[in-house]
Design a protein around this ligand. Structure first.
Ligand code: GLA
Length: 409
């Protein structure tokens, strides 16, 4: 992943590209933090990526389809097993160093908050699921942008989960990893109290380099779909609007509730089961609820069509589906914001094949599929648009599908 820094993004200036941490750099940083604040050497270093969802938004908690890739940006966890029940957590996630010390039994919903909920919450969730985990020490560093809708929290959970699975030889790091996904998700849902749907943890643990993951959230089956941008002369530009996540928690929950209410009225277990959209819309009196349903049902269809195009070697033709996805999230699901809409509009105007918001919305990131030689033009146009609108300056990344969480040392 590369980033175009603010100071190089003056009007019409060709953006400068920076690369992200290599595995070696991430591991070295984590080891240093460990040595300085815990002492000695870790037993190993594990890394887990953030994600970009290519298409299939707000479908996971409706038992539908998603298509994420793993980012090259990862959280690195240097960890060591202890033979008693003590836990020491040290993190340097946003620049400052924060430490937590306690006993493993101290970690429970309500007793830990913030980054400790995502970190220690995994140990709690493992024990809840019947895995024997004792004390441990861990130092965490990250180059996943925080709070940008790129699953920085899942990267923490999955990195810690994989580390504990390794330290305690839990047999959870196998090819399937569904149990580990469930544990990481329980930490997020029950300890951090974020009612998210499982897309992020699955993306961090089950993706494959060079591929997008076609995820069926009904039974959590998945297929690796080749996603070869380079072969088609394309790049995926990620635009972090840096817009604050306005009311994200309450709004996310409200969308979930609306979908559950609609399912009840329609007599289906989930919106995934809606076979006849016209009939479903006719059966709903509430216009807002009907639009929520229309987004979910049409978004599932778009994922299916998108993957069919990829299977047919037609990656250059997916742009209109990305555009339709964004428009549906803006008009029917109402989870975009002025910054996301402006970024998408500017990307399309400057020649992107397609552009859309990615993740939960209400701020965070958009993505644009661009010809390699048009990328700078698109980034420049977005930066200019943001400056003219007096928005925060956006950050830009160019990403390719990286590997899922793994032990790096
Ligand atoms: C957030 C949640 C995911 C998913 C997306 C929307 O990222 O964490 O579970 O619901 O929003 O697709």
């Amino acid at each position: 992943m590369s980033q175009i820094p603010h100071d190089m993004a003056a009007e019409h200036q060709t953006p400068t590209i920076r690369t992200a941490w290599s595995a070696e750099e991430g591991a070295t940083r984590a080891r240093h933090l460990f040595a300085e604040h815990i002492g000695g050497s870790p037993d190993g270093v594990w890394a887990a990526p953030g994600r970009v969802n290519i298409i299939g938004e707000h479908t996971d908690y409706n038992n539908g389809f998603c298509l994420p890739i793993a980012l090259p940006h990862r959280t690195y966890v240097a960890a060591r097993r202890r033979e008693d029940d003590r836990v020491t957590l040290v993190s340097q996630l946003d620049g400052s160093v924060v430490t937590w010390q306690g006993a493993i039994d101290d970690i429970a919903p309500g007793s830990v908050t913030g980054w400790k909920a995502y970190t220690g919450g995994v140990a709690w969730a493992l024990r809840q699921a019947g895995y024997e985990v004792g004390g441990f020490e861990a130092a965490l560093v990250t180059c996943v942008p925080l709070g940008a809708g790129l699953s920085s929290s899942a990267a923490v959970e999955c990195g810690v989960g994989l580390a504990l699975a390794g330290l305690y030889d839990l047999g959870l790091a196998d090819a399937d990893r569904t149990n580990l996904v469930n544990v990481a998700r329980a930490a997020e849902n029950e300890v951090a109290k974020a009612p998210t749907g499982g897309l992020d943890q699955t993306a961090s643990l089950r993706t494959t380099e060079g591929h997008a993951l076609l995820l069926d959230c009904d039974d959590w089956s998945a297929r690796q779909v080749p996603f070869n941008l380079d072969g088609a002369g394309l790049e995926l530009l990620v635009i972090d609007t840096r817009a604050p996540h306005r009311l994200v928690d309450g709004q996310y929950e409200a969308r979930r509730r609306s979908c559950e209410d609609a399912s009840r009225i329609l007599g289906v277990g989930s919106l995934r089961e809606v076979a006849d959209l016209g009939a479903a819309l006719a059966a709903l009196d509430d216009d807002e609820m009907a639009r929520r349903v229309r987004h979910v049902v049409t978004e599932n269809d778009r994922v299916t069509e998108f993957v069919k195009l990829l299977d047919d070697g037609r990656i250059r033709d997916v742009g209109p589906l990305m555009n339709a996805s964004h428009d549906s999230l803006r008009d029917d699901y109402e989870v975009t914001c002025p910054e996301l809409d402006a970024a998408v509009d500017a990307a399309r105007t400057a020649g992107a094949l397609g552009a859309r918001m990615t993740g939960g919305g209400f701020g965070g990131c958009a993505i644009a599929l661009v010809d390699r030689d048009v990328r700078n033009k698109v980034a420049t146009q977005i930066a200019d648009t943001f400056r003219d609108a007096s928005f925060s300056h956006p950050d830009f990344y160019v990403v390719t599908p990286g590997p899922a969480a793994l032990r790096v040392q």
